[in-house]
Design a protein around this ligand. Structure first.
Ligand SMILES: [Zn+2]
Length: 292
């Protein structure tokens, strides 16, 4: 079975990025998996601390593993933004493929020290698990914000990226390159798009010499995505767009069938809505209409 490290290498070789989509329930997981399957491309399922506490760490691990095994499919599981070593150790024991160990809110020195300690501790538990570290400010909360914070101040420099990777031994780096978690109301309406600092991405990739992840991808301009992937982004995170699709579809499904109480008759349109969003993003990230 292909590892996430293999899949990242192959994606980079074909000029693509792997889509990372957060899930909170089986509706989202089905939407993500069936979209990837239809396009025959690898995919990463993400579960943040909140999403994991709702679904259960071992339960989401078992669900993703069951899809991987039954369909012999390159579907991977990432523990998104994990703020404690205990939480990261828990997902290592549960067999996650990767973890975002996020101490980016700390001063640089403490972020380096804690991330380096985490890499050592986690590789001792699960040597194949990839550890992603984060520097710079990419906001918080994959939800709808009244206004998006200004990304300008906390952007990562290539030299910071190089030092952070060397000092911590991380496998993947999440730099701040213009994207922010969540979406503004005008982004949800499609009236405005988020833009990325493409030159910075290229310079960071060269300096860091590890795969880069773009967090907070929802609402980003399509052309910026293409250029960012060409410049060295290997993983793109999408969450808020899926949550918006999930909620809207669920609302209309409930409104359309006011007397229906059977969940498996109410929920399929929500799976379809999530799948359509995931498909459109995967096509873009993989630069393809179909086929791997
Ligand atoms: Zn993120």
């Amino acid at each position: 079975m292909q590892t996430l490290r293999d899949a990242l290498l192959q994606a980079e070789q074909r000029g693509a990025a792997i889509g990372h989509f957060n899930v909170s329930d089986l509706v989202l997981l089905k939407g993500v998996f069936t979209a990837a399957q239809e396009l025959n491309v690898p995919v990463i399922v993400g579960a943040s601390e909140g999403e994991r506490s709702f679904m259960g760490v071992r339960q989401i691990a078992a669900l993703v593993k069951s899809l991987r095994d039954e369909f012999d499919y390159p579907i991977f599981l990432n523990a998104d933004h994990t703020h404690t070593l205990a939480g990261a150790e828990e997902v290592a024991r549960a067999g996650f493929d990767s973890v975002v160990f996020d101490r980016s809110a700390l001063p640089r020195k403490e972020n380096v020290q804690q991330t380096r300690e985490a890499v050592t501790a986690l590789k001792a538990i699960h040597p194949a698990m990839l550890v992603e570290g984060e520097i710079g400010d990419i906001g918080s909360g994959s939800e709808i914000h009244d206004a998006m914070p200004e990304p300008g101040k906390g952007l990562t420099t290539p030299e910071e990226a190089r030092q952070f990777v060397e000092e911590t031994g991380i496998d993947i780096l999440a730099p701040a390159v213009g994207s922010m978690h969540g979406m503004s109301r005008s982004m949800v309406q499609g009236a405005s798009k988020q833009h990325l600092d493409i030159e910075r991405i290229a310079a960071i990739r060269k300096a860091a010499r590890v795969p880069l992840t773009l967090h907070g991808g929802s609402g980003t301009d399509d052309d910026d995505f293409r250029k960012a992937i060409a410049a060295g982004i290997s993983i793109v995170h999408i969450n808020t767009e899926l949550r918006v699709a999930w909620r809207r579809s669920l609302e209309s499904s409930l409104a359309n069938k006011p007397d229906e109480v059977v969940p498996y008759k109410i929920l399929p349109p929500a799976v379809d809505s999530v799948r359509e969003v995931v498909k459109s993003r995967l096509q873009l990230f993989n630069n393809t209409q179909s086929g791997r």
